[in-house]
Design a protein around this ligand. Sequence first.
Ligand code: PSU
Ligand code: MN
Length: 309
Amino acid sequence: MSTNYNVVLSPEVKAALAAGKPVIALESTIICHGMPYPDNVKTALACKRIAERHGAIAAVCAIIKGVMHAGLTDEQIEYLGKAGTEVKKVSRRDIPAVIARGEDGATTVAGTMFIANRAGIKIFATGGIGGVHRGAETTMDISADMNELGRTPVAVVCAGPKSILDIGRTLEYLETQGVPVIAFRTDRVPAFYTPDSGYRAPVRADSVEELAGMVEAMDALDMQSGMVIVNPIPEKYAPDGEKIEKATVRAVKEAEKLRLDGRDITPFLLKRISELTDGESLEANIALVYNNVRLAALIAAKAAENARQ
Ligand code: PSU
Ligand code: MN
C-alpha cells in the first residue's frame, strides 16, 4: 500500500470543516508525555466534551501507524494514552521519519500546528507551549514550538510558556519570530501554573469577539505565521507559587545531572514537579487545559459565526 501523506480527518471533523462549523485542534504529546495514565485519557476525553459544550468540535492530532490524523476516536485516545511514553514525541523534524516508518507519534505543539494547518484548522488549545529553556544561553535548548509559531498560521491558546522555562527570553524570541502574544483579560503574561510571570503582556484583549477578530486578521492577511493567546490559570486553581518554583528549580537541577536528551527534558520536569508537589501541579495542569479548551472553542465559534455573516 502506498504511503498516505494527507491528514486523515475523523468523520465528525470532516463534516464540521466542510460546513464551516467551529473546530479546534488538540495535541497528543500532552497525552503521551505530559500526564500519567489514566489521567491523560480522562483529561483528553473531557476536553472533547468541553469543546462540544462550547460549540466546537475538538480534533486531537497525532500520527497513527504512519498516518497523520486530525480527530481521534475515544478508542484511539485510549490506545495512545495507555502506550504513553512508548509513543514517540513528534515535533516537526520527526514527522518524515515517523510517516516513512509507519510509526505512531504523539505530536507536540509544533507537530500539531503542522497537522492542524494542513487540515485547515486555525485554532488550537493546549496547556503550555515550549519555549526558551533556563540556561539556553549555553545549551541552546529552544523549543521548536517557537519557530513553528513563526511559520505556521495557527492561533495557539495556552496558559503561557511553561513555568519551567525562561519567560523573558521566550517573549524576546517570540517577538523576533514576529508572533503576537495576546493576553486574555490580564496585563501580565501568565506562565502555566502561575497567572503572573512578572512580565507585562505585549497586548491585552478583554473579549472573545476581540480575539476572534485578531485570528481572522491573521488569516485574512495570509501572514504565514501564528499567534499565541495566553489565558491565565484561574486563581482558584493556581497552586502555591513558591512551592512550584522550589520544585521547578530542584527538577531542573536533577535534569542537568541526568544529562537527558533534549526531547526528554520537558516530560521529565513535568513529572518530577508533580511528584515533588504531591500531584498539585498535575491537578493545576488539568484545570488550565480545560480553561484553554473552553476559550479556544468560544473563539472558534465566534469566528465561524462572523464568517457566516
Ligand atoms: N502543555 C502541557 N503539557 C505538555 C506540553 C504542553 O500542559 O506536555 C508539551 C507540548 O507538546 C509542547 C512540548 O510542545 O510540551 C514542549 O516540549 P519541548 O520543550 O521539548 O519542545
Ligand atoms: Mn527542547
